[in-house]
Design a protein around this ligand. Structure first.
Ligand SMILES: Cc1cc2nc3c(=O)[nH]c(=O)nc-3n(C[C@H](O)[C@H](O)[C@H](O)COP(=O)(O)O)c2cc1C
Length: 402
């Protein structure tokens, strides 16, 4: 399997499956682990394991009626790259074991191992890996794969917090019920932040959140699942990050976000509204504040020429309804090549939204950290006149110098 590393200079590599197959002293058993290697962590950082755990806990299943009832502890062990709690500059290795891998659930997957789950990735795993495709809990296509991303993103977040960058995401729509959002200009970051993670869905519109949750519980009772939209904000990102052509920051963030399972669409700033807006209404008007260029509005979502412009980066991402249903569905047996019924499967998320937002935060954190590494390399060699580098202000951060 190729493509398990994200990032060009600051790199996160992950491995591990939903269940996994671990070898234990001669015998073999289920209960593997997720593993993440982070390359490029600067030396001398006092990595806060508790903060990495907070990020993993945001994503952990079994926390509310909206999540899969799978009971994983998701405890992180840092197994390399640290000495006396401080990073040495060597690769940081993070291990998270699968603990809820009971025979009853493995048998449930064994009974349907030849069939493809509608909406899930199995069909392409048969095409790519034949009879060796991992049939237990979707293997690398499981939502569990994202544990490694969140662990790597949590390391990136600690590097970013030293640079004054903060990344938060929240749910702005669930099953057609809309909440207020920064992309639509109906909420500000200051209004969003105090309500971050104050309800099971992590919807920061406190009026819309209970309506969304009531609706989702009805969806669950009917054996069904629901889709939604999340919004991600990165504040404090300095201007000028990203390269002007193929490696736009916008493009690398899109790469990170589009690589997450179950995402179906991506918007930057007010994005799709551009199709019904005049240029005179669309353009964000620049002005000077304390000698720095700022913009009165942020319809472009903080990207101009694909590079950051110093304003908040704002992305929104639609998320499909969870493919696994507690309802029978039509399918195909890939070995017998016969049509059949897939019976209801019980363990699944009613909505992926409250599970996916920490993954999205992680992917944006890794992409921004990588872009910062590239920028420091560039500015270190370009020797630009200080008049230009001192102009690259980041929102709320003041001056950014490299
Ligand atoms: C955090 C997270 C949790 C997920 N939970 C489930 C789940 O419980 N059941 C399920 O069928 N799919 C779940 N998925 C979605 C599948 O992983 C995804 O739909 C599948 O890999 C197919 O990929 P695609 O949707 O990008 O085509 C989850 C995804 C994420 C990111």
């Amino acid at each position: 399997m190729l493509g398990n590393t994200f990032g060009r200079v600051f790199q996160v590599t992950t491995c591990g499956e939903s269940y996994g197959w671990s070898a234990k002293e001669g015998e073999q058993s289920y209960g593997g682990a997720l593993f993440c290697i982070v390359n490029g962590v600067p030396p001398g950082i006092k990595l806060d394991v508790a903060k990495i755990q907070v990020e993993l806990d945001k994503r952990r299943p079994g926390q509310s009626k909206l999540d899969s009832p799978r009971k994983e502890t998701d405890r992180v062990e840092i197994v390399s790259g640290l000495f006396e709690s401080v990073t040495t500059g060597a690769p940081v290795g993070l291990l998270i074991r699968n603990v809820d891998t009971k025979d009853v659930h493995i048998d449930q997957y064994r009974q349907v191992k030849e069939v493809i789950r509608p909406g899930h990735a199995e069909v392409n795993f048969f095409y790519k890996y034949g009879e060796h495709a991992d049939w237990c809990g979707a293997g690398r296509a499981s939502g569990r794969e994202t544990v490694g991303r969140v662990a790597g993103g949590a390391v990136a977040k600690q590097i970013l917090s030293r640079e004054g960058v903060e990344i938060l995401a929240h749910v702005i729509e669930s099953n057609g019920i809309k909440g207020r959002s920064i992309s639509e200009g109906t909420m500000t970051f200051e209004q969003m932040k105090p309500n971050y993670r104050t309800n099971d869905l992590n919807c920061c519109d406190t009026e819309a959140a209970p309506k969304m949750i009531d609706d989702l519980l009805k969806v669950a009772d009917a054996g069904d699942t629901a889709g939604g939209t999340i919004e991600i904000i990165a504040r404090g990102v300095p201007a000028g990050l990203g390269e002007p052509v193929f490696d736009k920051l916008k493009a690398t963030i899109a790469h990170g976000l589009c690589s997450i399972g179950a995402m179906t669409g991506l918007q930057f700033g007010a994005g799709f509204a551009a199709s019904s807006t005049l240029g005179s209404e669309w353009n964000d008007q620049p002005f000077l504040q304390d000698g720095k260029v700022r913009f009165r509005t942020n319809r472009c979502g903080g990207f101009l020429g694909g590079m950051s412009n110093g304003e908040d980066l704002v992305m929104s991402m639609s998320v499909k309804p969870t493919p696994t249903l507690s309802k029978d569905q039509d399918t195909v047996d890939m070995l017998a090549m016969k049509e059949k019924k897939l019976v209801a499967i019980t363990r699944r998320d009613i909505t992926i939204c409250p599970r996916i937002y920490p993954v999205a935060e992680a992917m944006v954190a890794i992409a921004v950290t990588d872009a910062l590494f590239m920028a420091h390399g560039w500015y270190g060699l370009a020797h630009l006149d200080a008049k230009w580098t001192s102009l690259t202000a980041a929102r709320n951060k003041g001056e950014y110098t490299v």
